[in-house]
Design a protein around this ligand. Structure first.
Ligand SMILES: *[C@@H]1O[C@H](CO)[C@@H](O)[C@H](O)[C@H]1NC(C)=O
Ligand SMILES: *[C@@H]1O[C@H](CO)[C@@H](O)[C@H](O)[C@H]1NC(C)=O
Length: 367
């Protein structure tokens, strides 16, 4: 009798798991992060479409892969909270109009009181405009300072829902203003700033620079200060970046994550996608403005499924067609996460190849 029961219930259990689990996973994800933007009950019809359920379940299961970075997580947690490391950095400096904080990392080969001011790298982390924190990148900033023999600052910015993309662009501009106005106290070279950003951070680095070049009023920064900022930026390095919001939205749609993603919310809706796309703004600049756009280096892994490699390829083609100095590095077999995790410790797989490309660009920017 018991045996018979088992036989009967096995297919039932298997069926319930195969159907029930994906539905539960993706409905919880949509309940937490956002239902499809359709009127009334239609949003729920859209939410339970089999393709959406399948894709969302896959996307959630992909997230389990992040568990393998557990060791790295404890490494940076321990390093950041250990006060003995304070000779390498100054933590928690308040900057800008919204009271965000930044950390400053010194290169071990420069003493803080050196006569010559040291070049500054501003590292802008990613996280889909809605997550991220400067402490996560302490090991990366430390290694970057060492590899480039530069000071590295890592600013927080008003991620969604604290702020929208315009607020984030203002925050990144404020971090540059901080270098120019307060940097001398930390022996920073206020005329030698390099922007390096990953993913959404690469988007923010490029759109901020282009807003400054275009003298956008919404930055609420005086025109002459905007000009000075642009001439202080010696180059931009984009790691696995998003440069066209509309193209990225199409990619999100293909993965069925467009409604759970923070992107469209952070951009204040589809109607602003163009306005906040570096690709669109570049096409609107006049000749004089284009000449003031600093040189750009783009790096992208060919195994990236979060932001496809086409994003950097298309941006590089546009830059070239507008005669902006540009280099593109495609790194075989590397994915979206490895672009930053592998910059955190010298024993990681892509550490030397990615720093190799970054150094090459960096020394070009230093002329
Ligand atoms: C690092 O930079 C400092 C000042 O910018 C310079 O004095 C020093 O020689 C550099 N060290 C190396 C190893 O390049
Ligand atoms: C990135 O690629 C590595 C190596 O193939 C793999 O172990 C890891 O799971 C991937 N990471 C993500 C988040 O997909």
């Amino acid at each position: 009798m018991i045996v018979l029961k088992c036989y009967l219930s096995l297919p039932l259990v298997a069926g319930a798991l195969l159907v029930g689990l994906p539905y539960s996973i993706s409905l919880v994800a949509q309940w937490l992060y956002g239902w499809p933007s359709k009127p009334g009950y239609q949003k729920y019809l859209e939410a339970v479409k089999p393709r959406r359920i399948y894709c969302l379940t896959r996307a959630v299961l992909e997230m389990l892969k992040y568990l393998q970075y557990g060791k790295l997580y404890f490494q940076w947690k321990l390093w950041y909270s250990n006060d003995k490391n304070n000779k390498h950095y100054v933590k928690g400096i308040t900057f800008g109009r919204r009271g965000n904080k930044l950390d400053l990392y010194y290169s071990p080969s420069t003493s803080h009181s050196d006569a010559a001011p040291v070049p500054v790298v501003v590292f802008v982390y990613g996280g889909a405009w809605g997550s991220g924190d400067r402490s996560i990148y302490c090991l990366l900033a430390l290694q970057m300072a060492k590899e480039l023999n530069a000071s590295v600052i890592c600013p927080d910015y008003s991620i969604f829902p604290k702020g929208n993309v315009l607020n984030m662009i203002q925050d990144i501009s404020d971090s540059l203003l901080w270098v120019r106005e307060k940097g001398h106290a930390f022996n920073l070279d206020q005329d030698n700033i390099i922007l390096i950003g990953h993913s959404a951070g690469a988007h923010l680095c490029s759109i901020t620079t282009l807003f400054l070049v275009n003298n956008v009023e919404e930055l609420v920064i005086e025109t002459n200060k905007q000009r000075d900022l642009v001439s202080a930026i010696k180059g931009i390095i984009g790691l696995s970046g998003v440069y066209s919001i509309m193209d990225h939205y199409k990619h999100e749609k293909m993965r069925a994550v467009e409604y759970v993603s923070t992107m469209h919310k952070a951009m204040d809706g589809v109607e602003n996608f163009d306005y906040y796309s570096p690709t669109s703004l570049l096409k609107k600049l006049n000749k004089d403005q284009l000449k003031r756009v600093p040189p750009v280096g783009l790096l992208h892994g060919t195994n990236d499924i979060i932001v496809p490699v086409e994003s950097s390829v298309m941006f590089s083609e546009l830059l070239t067609s507008l005669s902006v100095s540009m280099s593109l590095y495609l790194i075989p077999k590397m994915n979206h996460t490895e672009m930053v995790t592998d910059l955190m410790a010298p024993d990681r797989h892509f550490y030397h190849s990615v720093y190799g490309c970054i150094k090459q660009e960096y020394s070009k920017f230093q002329g």
